[in-house]
Ligand binder design. Structure first.
Ligand code: 2PG
Ligand code: MG
Length: 418
């Protein structure tokens, strides 16, 4: 595995930096004998799945930093950064729990990525090429899945109950045209909202999507008109996506989905009918978490029913990037796509294990940011290395655009940008 001693770790440390919400997050820095440095910070979710890795022990990033500097750093010294699987297994062993509740999944991820970066730099490879080599997956250049109207847990006030109204280009588009078309849709939505609400202040939410007092269906019809006109003007075929984030709507005691802002309740059967009705009315080709995180049977039903619309059904809180949960989903026939969020599971090795499993069973991979992000763009490299079809990165704000800019550089490196 080793290519001599230049990739051996000489020094490692953790510190606290801040994410796009101004919340403290963990950053890990690793240096190898060749002088190559890898650094990575972890993002933070707000609408988190119940089965995700625990981000920090007792919710405290400072505690994770302390654990790293006191217990982990010295034990990493002397290990080969090229041995990603070995290092990731070591992190699991030091943690000793099934969900990183002792050291924190975010610490595990920042360490795992910092080591991969250091190894890639020691080998003079871009990160995606290093990852695709060690985890043996075929690369692909994903197109952006951008959140243009936001509601749910990411948005304050009278915004829609559905968390994300997204836009994305069909695969025949080039990356640059797809990125520019998404930006144009975002701009046009702002003009439409200013016209609709001339007296209201229209703001942007955590991911740069527009926040406005719109019921879900009105948001969808507005977006449909805009993507049609942008597609005509630019020649980029576009579709709408939804992240219902249904676990945030689910009231388990009443067994109902509660659309608080719209004043509606739906039982599971009505929820399925509602989503099918939306998909048959609007050009929706992607639906994420239409049902709550433990309803595998419901996911199977909705996946079967949406097949004829050629609409992807994606599991985020359902799978939480966890190989065991995906295996269960495969057996049940639940969903046709998986959202891959590395900090939901904790290490790159686990992230690639789940991506490989998804690939083997024909599930589309969609790489995803978190609503609290950092300026790091390693997600773009992970997306390419897992052969993702789409990358969900929000839409505006430099922490979101950084991922798209990195993809443009990767495309140039791959020589596939048109
Ligand atoms: C989601 C994500 C990202 P969060 O639900 O898909 O948009 O949100 O990071 O808050 O879990
Ligand atoms: Mg989601």
């Amino acid at each position: 595995m080793s290519s001599g001693s230049s990739s051996v770790i000489e020094r490692a440390r953790a510190r606290i930096v801040y994410d796009s919400r101004g919340s403290p997050t963990i950053e890990v820095e690793v240096r190898t004998a060749s002088g190559a440095v890898g650094t990575a910070a972890a993002p933070a979710g707000k609408s988190r799945g119940r089965h995700e890795a625990v981000p920090y022990p007792d919710g405290d990033p400072y505690r994770s930093a302390q654990i790293f500097n006191q217990e982990i750093a010295l034990k990493l010294v002397g290990r080969d950064a090229l041995d990603q699987r070995g290092v990731d297994a070591f992190l699991r062993e030091v943690d000793g729990t099934p969900n990183f509740s002792r050291i924190g999944g975010n610490l595990a991820l920042a360490t795992s990525v910092a080591i991969a970066w250091a190894a890639a730099r020691s080998a003079s490879l871009p990160l995606f090429a290093h990852l695709s080599k060690i985890f043996n997956m075929r690369t692909a250049l994903p197109l952006p899945l951008g959140n243009v109207i936001g509601g749910g847990a990411h948005t304050l006030g009278q915004a829609p109950d559905i968390q994300e109204f997204l836009v994305f280009a069909f695969p025949e588009a080039s990356l640059r045209k797809a990125v520019e078309a998404n930006f144009l849709v975002h701009r046009r939505v702002s003009s439409a909202l200013t016209e609709l609400f001339p007296k209201a202040a229209i703001g942007r939410n955590d991911e740069g999507a527009w926040a406005a007092p719109l019921p879900s269906e009105q948001a969808l019809s507005l977006l449909t008109d805009i993507i049609e006109s942008v597609a005509n003007e630019t020649g980029v075929p576009l579709a709408v996506g939804l992240d219902v984030a249904a676990s945030s709507l689910w009231d388990s005691s009443r067994q109902q989905y509660v659309y608080k802002r719209e004043g509606v309740r739906r039982d599971p059967g009505e929820q399925i009918d509602f989503i099918i009705d939306l998909v048959s009315t609007y050009p929706i080709k992607y639906v994420e978490d239409p049902l709550h995180e433990d309803d595998f049977a419901g996911f199977r039903e909705i996946t079967d029913k949406l097949r004829k619309f050629d609409c992807l059904v994606c599991g985020d809180d359902l799978f939480v990037t966890n190989p065991e949960r995906l295996e269960h989903g495969i057996k049940e026939g639940a969903a046709s796509a998986i959202l891959v969020k590395p900090n939901q599971v904790g290490t790159l090795s686990d992230t690639f294990r789940v991506a490989q499993l998804a690939h083997t069973h024909g599930y589309v991979r969609i790489a995803s940011h978190r609503s609290g992000e950092t300026e790091y763009a390693y997600l773009s490299h992970v997306a390419v290395a897992i052969g993702a079809r789409l990358i969900k990165t929000g839409i505006m704000g430099s922490e979101r655009v950084a991922k798209l800019n990195e993809l443009i550089r990767i495309a140039e490196h791959l020589g596939i940008e048109r």
